[in-house]
Design a protein around this ligand. Structure first.
Ligand code: SF4
Ligand code: SF4
Length: 376
């Protein structure tokens, strides 16, 4: 039976992709999207379609990542790379203020200006949209709003892409974050490779609709809708890991002394890679930098990690001195404390922490082991 589309959908032929770049540029957005850097697919500034990883794919396992050629010219035929969109919305370093001592020896403070750049994110995946929604909640809560994040977010256009294939380390199906993308986007595409290379497009906002109108895209046929729907439908089932998300909170709080923590601590290097690549991790610290003349100072916010010793430093010393305590803190916060703080789990199942852990520690295996043999 042919499926009827829920909202109007359009077709952008692959050969017209440069037109999309031009429209976005005319609207004074800086386009950020996937491109190959350092043998990985990262997000960077894009000027032309040729900078996309056309015809490339990635292979991921615990502690392993490599690229290879596909046998087609897919534009988005890869999974997520080491970098998430938080690099652009919540950059690794952000100046908060500077101060200067004037001639009368008075200190003058000046807040860092709010960013004015308008970003268009191209190729945002379903799990990544869920991660952005989590960070929106964390950084834009009224009382503790981060004005730099809020301004960047306000100025961001989201051009999302539905995955049509899950990677080895993806578990969006288990976390409930898998495609199809249904909210929080301006424009979403599904890549169709045959019989003609094109993209099924849906607009999710007035900004997305305006791009559709400017490009004068033709409406998609029922067959094209059906092809795109079928390509996306199987992803959820491909990205399942053998653990249950239900009752994780109590499981983790009840098993703080489980032998799993000792076992994982034998392998964990406490390198913090997992937290830096994670699209939902948001911990930061501040540091002050003064000049040699002692007349000016700057305060910078920078990413930090619960794996660093200094992160739990309070008067008198560091609270979490062992690797075991730091790993347990990370996992317990993600899957238990996060629920108390923000009303959701803190993981979207992107699998980055598994791929980029140098020793291939897999959080889904730790959770499954706790569920299989709880001490309480
Ligand atoms: S904890 Fe791992 S799988 Fe979950 S969102 Fe973070 S990086 Fe992705
Ligand atoms: S779990 Fe892996 S990535 Fe995370 S701190 Fe330990 S060794 Fe590093």
């Amino acid at each position: 039976m042919e499926r009827q589309p829920p909202s109007p959908s359009y077709i952008l032929d692959a050969e017209r992709f440069p037109d999309l770049f031009q429209v976005v540029s005319r609207q004074e957005y800086t386009l950020i999207g996937p491109t190959i850097q350092n043998q990985t697919i990262c997000y960077g500034k894009l000027e032309t379609v040729n900078e996309l990883p056309i015809g490339w794919t990635d292979h991921q396992q615990g502690g392993k990542y490599e690229l290879s050629r596909r046998d087609d010219d897919a534009y988005f035929g890869y999974q997520v790379g080491p970098q998430s969109w938080k690099e652009w919305l919540f950059p690794p370093r952000q100046r908060l203020w500077k101060s200067r001592r004037d001639k009368e020896h008075q200190l003058k403070f000046e807040a860092a200006p709010l960013p004015e750049q308008r970003y268009a994110f191209l190729g945002v995946r379903s799990c990544e949209l869920h991660a952005i929604a989590m960070q929106d909640h964390i950084f834009q809560e009224e009382e503790f709003c981060n004005p730099y994040y809020a301004r960047r977010r306000q100025n961001t256009l989201i051009l999302a892409v539905n995955c049509t294939q899950a990677g080895n380390n993806c578990f969006c199906g288990t976390m409930g974050t898998s495609p199809p993308i249904t909210q929080n986007y301006d424009w979403v595409m599904t890549e169709i490779l045959a019989p003609t290379h094109c993209f099924l497009v849906e607009a999710g906002s007035e900004a997305g609709e305006a791009i559709v109108q400017e490009l004068q895209l033709p409406e998609a046929s029922v067959t094209q809708n059906q092809t795109a729907h079928e390509a996306v439908a199987s992803v959820k089932d491909q990205a399942i890991r053998p653990f249950e998300t239900k009752d994780l909170r109590n499981l983790l709080y009840d098993n703080l002394e489980h032998s799993q923590w000792d076992e994982v601590a034998q392998r964990c290097l406490s390198c913090a890679n997992c937290t830096l690549v994670c699209p939902t991790c948001f911990c930061s610290t501040v540091e002050d930098v003064s000049d040699i003349s002692n007349t000016s100072t700057q305060r910078w916010q920078r990413w930090d990690s619960c794996f660093s010793l200094d992160f739990s430093y309070i008067h008198g010393g560091t609270v979490r001195t062992s690797v075991k305590s730091r790993y347990r803190q990370w996992l317990t916060h993600k899957f238990a404390g996060w629920q108390d703080q923000f009303g959701s789990l803190g993981c979207v199942g992107c699998g980055r922490c598994i791929t980029w852990c140098p020793v291939g520690i897999d959080i889904t295996e730790i959770l499954a082991a706790l569920q299989d043999s709880p001490t309480n």
